[in-house]
Design a protein around this ligand. Structure first.
Ligand code: HEC
Ligand code: HEC
Length: 365
């Protein structure tokens, strides 16, 4: 009897140890964000050549949303949400899975992998200076940052939370969120609107304007090599043979209209219609390969060669790429030296600080 009693005590002890270990394990396996370092999200280095455009930029509805003012606590919460797998149906995929900081927040593969291992049908886009842009996605279907950020969460390939209503409840049960929501919005309540507001604040803080090109603006490009200067002239001069700035203009080297650049004779993905796609910003473009809406080009050299000799005539082709007869696609006849110069110029648009800035890094690592 006595022995049996002993045995049962031992069994209970073993069971309790096992339970305790298991509990420890589950707690250890739930990553918590490391927010020990605080960051100033309000301090942004705007692109240097923005001054002539600042009034225009500030008038963009996404530059500032008075309903959702940018705060450090709001952007901090947004950063945690951006990197948190809990925003996908099976906890596997975060925004950061397809938007990688070292790659200018693009994905180094042509098509990204979603939560059920399905592939996206378009190339992930780089993220920088969203507040200075008016339309989002390759087909520009979104124009409001607060709405845009919730679209990937619902997307059936990307993150799969098709009924957004379940997300607040889910996040409210994750131990680190109540305090983060309280800091950002005054109380612990998790709502769809607060999730979208925090993500939008974080994206608004993601400003990139610290490239060698921006330095050059300040010092008359004395930091540029002759090759880079020649590439800049070819790129930015509207009358140059390259004519890139006809579409990639302004502070971000992006465009106001959607354009068809003659990638194919017959487009399978029509984009906004007629094969027209958003003219993406070229800031950080040296690190955002592969290129185009379908990731078809792996290098900037291939992109330049496309514009030089590869543009295909099609019914939607943009006027800037049609030759003077109006019948065929334009050929630029660039020399090897000019092609090298264009690539060298594009490489000056990289903001190294942005690519490693701890305030935009994954707090779960
Ligand atoms: C599975 C991969 C994947 C995930 C996860 C993902 N994205 Fe994306 N993202 C993409 C792709 C692909 C596109 C282009 C889609 C299109 O144009 O149809 C894109 C486009 C964007 C754009 C538009 C950029 C521009 O220049 O117009 C923004 C902003 C963005 N994503 C933010 C987010 C946020 C915020 C999250 C998390 C809530 C997220 N993404 C999650 C793949 C992903
Ligand atoms: C007619 C307007 C137009 C002209 C002119 C033009 N581009 Fe583009 N560019 C676009 C559009 C639109 C895209 C996206 C097309 C797509 O994915 O279908 C693009 C994409 C790119 C990309 C890939 C960006 C990425 O993130 O995938 C690079 C690099 C680029 N262009 C460089 C240039 C250079 C260099 C020139 C001059 C030789 C030039 N562009 C001329 C409209 C234009």
């Amino acid at each position: 009897m006595k022995n049996l009693h002993h045995v049962s005590i031992i069994l209970v002890a073993i069971a309790m140890t096992a339970w305790a270990c298991q509990k420890d394990n589950t707690e250890a396996s739930l990553p918590t964000p490391d927010l020990s370092q605080s960051h100033d999200y309000l301090n942004m280095k705007l692109p240097a050549n923005i001054s002539p455009f600042i009034n225009l930029a500030v008038s963009f509805p996404n530059y500032n949303n008075s309903e959702n003012p940018l705060t450090n606590d709001g952007a901090t919460l947004g950063r945690v949400l951006f990197y948190d797998g809990h925003l996908s149906k099976n906890n596997l995929i975060s925004c950061g899975s397809c938007h990688v900081q070292a790659k200018g927040f693009a994905d180094p593969v042509a098509f990204s992998t979603g939560f059920k291992f399905g592939k996206t049908t378009r190339n992930s886009m780089s993220i920088a200076n969203m507040s200075l842009q008016r339309n989002y996605f390759w087909d520009r279907r979104a124009s409001n940052l607060e709405e845009q950020v919730m679209m990937p969460v619902q997307n059936h390939v990307e993150m799969g939370i098709e009924k957004l209503g379940v997300l607040p409840q889910k996040l409210a049960q994750v131990p680190y969120y109540p305090a983060l929501f309280e800091a950002a919005f005054g109380d612990e309540q998790v709502t769809e609107e607060r999730i979208s507001f925090a993500l939008a604040q974080y994206l608004r803080s993601m400003v990139s304007g610290n490239s060698r090109y921006d330095e050059g603006i300040a010092n008359d490009f004395s930091n540029f090599t002759e090759l880079e200067k020649m590439g800049m002239q070819l790129f930015t001069d509207w009358n140059s043979r390259a004519g890139c700035a006809n579409c990639h203009g302004g502070v971000l080297f992006d465009g106001w209209n959607a354009e068809n650049i003659g990638l194919d004779e017959d487009y399978t993905d029509l984009g906004e219609g007629d094969g027209r796609f958003k003219v993406p910003s070229l800031r950080n473009v040296a690190v955002t390969a592969p290129y185009m809406h379908d990731g078809r080009f792996n290098t900037l050299e291939e992109v330049v060669e496309h514009y030089n000799s590869g543009v295909k005539m099609n019914s939607g082709l943009s006027w800037a790429l049609i030759d003077s007869t109006g019948q065929g696609a334009r050929r630029l006849h660039l020399t090897d030296f000019e092609k090298k110069a264009l690539v060298a110029f594009l490489k000056t648009l990289t903001d190294e600080q942005y690519l490693k800035d701890p305030k935009f890094s994954d707090p779960f690592r």
